[in-house]
Design a protein. Structure first.
Length: 535
């Protein structure tokens, strides 16, 4: 898809803005095949940047003519330039934590025995009494097809408390020392939102479902500020290496303390990617008391939707439909749109029902959201459409979990798992993200699966819910800005928008669809500054 100079015109802002920029850009990027996501100028060769924002978009000759003696010039070497990716659903601090924990994902440990061996080796370097933290196991991917238990962990780590988190984030395994520190025994009742798995004698097996908040209240696992900073530095480096310039943090425990932590990380430039922090439903009042409302902050850190968890771990909706209505209405009355976590079709339908009954949002506030929308058969899809909700979903789960879905999900539901194209065709606004660290934040496997429904073994998940590569790219850029309400500043290569860009190693439009998952970022730019370069 070679760009010719003749069709290109320079797209610039109004004259007053151009004068404000003193007519000389700080940076120009030349010799690219830019896919702008801007319908008024879908393609270009070059971009000029001044004071963190895009000054002009056009041909090499036209943009080069704007450069002054102090302008930095980057030769794109004919590679494809895209708007920086916007991950519409991520858990940043959890991702940061995984850079400092024992990796027990299936490719690292394919059995309970292998997990036990890795924990044993890791525990040898952890002082006795300190927590051994592990992440990423998947019971359905283990040879034994079961969760590890406290007995498995006790055999190899009797002196350390051990915490092993499921890759989904919805299950945790503790050894006996860990259970004791958390105050969990045979007499401990199940919390309202979770389940303590028990054996025939009612003794805890160590497997805990939907109990992260419970554990946070019972056990102090907080890391030092320096430790957090180190983890965020590593996580941000990973995000930048994928060309992710903005993220939407969907932590259900996000509150004032976390806002202040993100503020510190952003101000110190430890966190270079821009972040929109959702507010945990139970923490919203603290944020409001500190004067924070939807949209508070700046381009580096802003406050977004209220995150509500809607789960079915116990077999019933939690919170109940009535409770969900009350939580959502309270958020809406205080000017916040809601983002409701729901995976099962019953949960998706309940979320759509609640959203449909909410009063109108103030002008300029983006729509309410359904997070994940994993199971979406036609009747549920109709409910989502009628509700007016947008959907933030993660086709990367097809790539990473496809074999497990084919084996463990009913055949009749498989075509309706993450049906990206079907949702799009219904006229529902949809943006893509990763849910990292549940899966990798790399956008390209997700884009690959959105276009093909292929998983990592090369087989296709049933269903016709695919989209074009152009649509998938829009969903990972401009649509992400639409769902968080930042279209004036992000999502496309357009004059006056923030100069957040990524240069990739091949043209995704002309690349064979089977190779989309292999595309790599070569350079990431945020606010006109090069923040990451690959080899």
């Amino acid at each position: 898809m070679a760009c010719q100079r003749s069709p290109f015109r320079v797209q610039t802002p109004d004259r007053r803005y151009f004068q404000d920029m003193q007519q000389k850009p700080d940076l120009v990027v030349l010799n690219t095949e830019a896919l702008t996501m801007d319908a008024s100028q879908p393609q270009a060769q070059a971009v000029a940047v001044a004071k963190e924002r895009i000054l002009a978009v056009g041909s090499d000759e036209e943009i080069k003519g704007l450069a002054g003696p102090d302008t930095e010039i980057i030769d794109g070497q004919g590679l494809t330039l895209l708007p920086g990716f916007i991950d519409s659903h991520i858990h940043l601090l959890s991702l940061a934590r995984t850079t400092q924990e024992l990796d027990c994902r299936p490719d690292k440990a394919s059995s309970v025995t292998a997990i036990a061996h890795r924990v044993f080796e890791w525990a040898r370097i952890v002082p006795p009494g300190e927590w051994v933290r592990c992440f990423g196991y998947d019971d359905l991917a283990l040879d034994e097809r079961r969760h590890p238990t406290r007995h498995d962990l006790d055999k190899i780590s009797p002196r350390h408390p051990v915490r092993l988190d499921h890759r989904s984030g919805h299950a945790t395994v503790l050894n006996s020392v860990g259970l004791q520190m958390a105050g969990i025994n045979a007499e401990t009742p199940d919390p309202v939102e979770g389940v303590i798995d028990r054996d025939a004698n009612s003794e805890p097996t160590g497997v805990l479902l939907e109990m992260s908040a419970f554990l946070s209240e019972r056990v102090d696992m907080r890391r030092s500020r320096n430790r957090i900073r180190q983890g965020v530095t590593a996580a941000n480096r990973l995000l930048l290496s994928f060309g992710i310039t903005s993220v939407q943090d969907a932590g259900p425990e996000n509150g004032l303390e976390r806002w202040q932590a993100f503020r510190d990380l952003a101000d110190s430039e430890t966190l270079r990617s821009r972040i929109t922090m959702m507010a945990g439903a139970g923490r919203r009042a603290d944020l409001i008391s500190d004067g924070l409302v939807w949209g508070s902050g700046d381009h580096q850190l802003r406050l977004g939707h209220v995150k509500i968890m809607l789960t079915m771990t116990t077999g019933a909706l939690h919170p109940s439909l009535k409770e969900l209505q009350e939580i959502a209405l309270d958020a809406c009355r205080s000017g916040f749109p809601v983002a409701i976590h729901c995976v099962e079709q019953e949960a998706v339908a309940a979320a759509a029902q609640v959203i449909a009954d909410l009063p109108p949002l103030p002008a300029g506030v983006p729509p309410h959201r359904i997070e994940h929308c994993s199971e979406c058969p036609p009747d549920v899809l109709d409910s989502v459409h009628r509700s007016g909700a947008a959907v933030a979903t993660q086709p990367g789960f097809i790539h990473w979990n496809g074999p497990s879905y084919r084996e463990n999900v009913e055949a009749s539901m498989q075509p309706h798992l993450y049906p990206i194209g079907t949702i799009e065709s219904a006229g529902i606004k949809i943006a893509l993200g990763s849910d990292a660290p549940v899966i990798s934040p790399d956008p390209w496997p997700a884009i690959h699966s959105a276009v093909t429904r292929l998983h990592y073994e090369g087989r296709q998940l049933p269903g016709a819910g695919t989209v074009s590569i152009e649509t998938a790219l829009r969903m990972y850029t401009l649509s992400g800005a639409e769902l968080e309400g930042t279209v004036p500043d992000k999502g496309s290569i357009t004059p006056r928008k923030l100069a957040d860009l990524v240069l990739v190693d091949r043209d995704p439009v002309s690349t064979n669809s089977g190779e989309l998952k292999d595309i790599k970022a070569k350079m990431t730019i945020i606010g006109g500054a090069v923040v990451w370069e690959g080899r």
